[in-house]
Ligand binder design. Structure first.
Ligand SMILES: [Zn+2]
Length: 169
């Protein structure tokens, strides 16, 4: 279990992982001012899931959990396992990396949209992911989960920022 000192070190650790420290400081400042609402929600979920494994990805704190889905909330990403038993480890690794990059796209959306992130991205995304009607609609019309504008945009932003080549959309 992490104590408060571990949490501080961990959250500060985001500033020392690959990218230029000045850019990271700017990103974190921007998240905690312009995008503060979604970051408070993300921090609360992070605190509730403290016992899980965590890592840093660029300017985001990643919590690895056992749910079959992932989500991005400001500088906090909550990552499920998206692998398939019949796929090779290498392919599952790529699928999971693509999901992580997608969620990082939501982190970038939070930087761009700030207070508009919740109405423009979070609410439509949550409804698109959780309402059974939309699940049936995707099946019936053969639509990808990433068909919806906020999801497609997260892929585009994440791939661009991370230099990722997505396996499928
Ligand atoms: Zn998404």
């Amino acid at each position: 279990m992490m104590d408060i000192e571990d949490i501080c070190v961990f959250l500060c650790g985001i500033l020392y992982d690959g990218m230029a420290v000045s850019i990271k400081i700017l990103c974190v400042l921007c998240q905690w001012t312009w995008g503060v609402v979604q970051n408070i929600v993300g921090l609360l979920v992070f605190l509730v899931t403290l016992k899980n494994k965590h890592s840093i990805f660029r300017c985001a704190v990643v919590t690895h959990w056992n749910h079959p889905y992932s989500m991005g909330c400001g500088m906090f990403i909550f990552k499920g396992d998206h692998g398939y038993a019949h796929y090779s480890d290498e392919r599952n690794e790529k699928i999971n990396h693509d999901v992580l990059v997608h969620e990082y796209g939501h982190t970038v959306q939070s930087l761009i949209l700030g207070p508009l992130f919740v109405p423009v991205i979070a609410i439509p995304s949550l409804l698109w992911a959780s309402i059974p009607y939309f699940d049936r609609l995707r099946s019936r019309r053969g639509l990808s989960y990433y068909w919806l504008y906020c999801e497609k945009w997260a892929n585009l932003l994440g791939d661009k920022v991370c230099g990722n080549i997505r396996e499928k959309c």
